[in-house]
Write a protein that binds this ligand. Structure first.
Ligand code: SF4
Ligand code: SF4
Length: 270
């Protein structure tokens, strides 16, 4: 029989955080997600799976691990949500670490397997519940946590402060003046047709993209504005932790800016 060697992923955001957890807190988070937040489809999905394995070949994690059966979609559900249900939520810190590793690094919630399951079992949904539980407990890859905390602090994914945002737009405007006479980038302008929200990276590392975009909009005479306060980044990285609270906060901010500026619509970049 073929032997598989599992590569254990280590991450400070998962490993170190466990030190601050106790089993009561874990149980509370599990009860909250499984009893109050998840729909009846949780039970239906878990009970309907007949472990036929038809979905295995559709998962890139399974394929890229040479067909290791522990990477099959149904196996990942069994090792996480299945395990939690079996233990009635009384799980250990080490269990949480294992669930987090599977939910964050061995399934990216693409839902391809669901397309091939004869019962339409939504594996992505089931694994997302595991991310939600781990997220509430603060157990998630450090990179994701960092971006979520950045959204909480300044509504963008890269810790860009409001003065840095204004500064960036100012120097882009200066640069554009070499090509467009008296170029003026509208910012915080009321009653525009469009509120333009951009990707966080475009303001920090990929500014030439933003500059090109703004150049096209200025030359074509589009009536637009950028926000003049935090909330210009349309990304919402909290989705990866299924942190609905931060997701709501960020989306609400976009809505509030659009309302305050009385724009007709919001346009986002790629
Ligand atoms: S999720 Fe669907 S396809 Fe996959 S093992 Fe279960 S029943 Fe079969
Ligand atoms: S949803 Fe997860 S388990 Fe299913 S195919 Fe995508 S990565 Fe694999």
């Amino acid at each position: 029989m073929k032997e598989f060697k599992r590569e254990i992923i280590t991450d400070i955001g998962i490993d170190r955080v466990l030190d601050f957890l106790d089993e009561k807190r874990i149980k509370r988070a599990i009860d909250r997600v499984l009893s109050k937040e998840s729909a009846a489809r949780l039970k239906a999905f878990v009970q309907t799976c007949v472990h036929c394995g038809l979905c295995s070949e559709t998962c890139h994690h399974y394929l890229s691990h040479d067909g290791d059966p522990t990477y099959a979609p149904a196996a990942k559900v069994k090792m996480t949500i299945g395990d939690i249900l079996e233990k009635d939520g009384n799980v250990t810190k080490e269990d949480i670490k294992r669930y987090a590793r599977i939910a964050f690094t061995e399934c990216n919630l693409c839902r391809r397997c669901t397309m091939f399951c004869p019962f339409g079992i939504d594996i992505g949904y089931l694994i997302s519940l595991v991310r939600r539980i781990c997220g509430i407990l603060g157990v998630a890859p450090q990179f994701i946590q960092d971006q979520v905390y950045s959204h909480m602090s300044c509504y963008n994914m890269l810790w860009l402060k409001q003065d840095e945002w204004l500064d960036t737009i100012q120097w882009i405007e200066d640069e554009l003046r070499y090509e467009i006479k008296n170029a003026r980038i509208p910012i915080g302008k009321k009653d525009s047709d469009i509120l333009l929200l951009i990707h966080g990276l475009e303001a920090k590392y990929m500014t030439p993209l933003l500059m090109n975009m703004l150049k096209i909009m200025l030359v074509s005479g589009v009536d637009f504005t950028l926000p003049d306060i935090d909330g210009w980044d349309y990304t919402n990285k909290s989705i990866y932790m299924h942190d609905f609270e931060t997701m709501t906060m960020v989306t609400k901010r976009h809505y509030e800016i659009a309302t305050k500026l009385r724009v007709k619509r919001i346009v986002i970049t790629e």
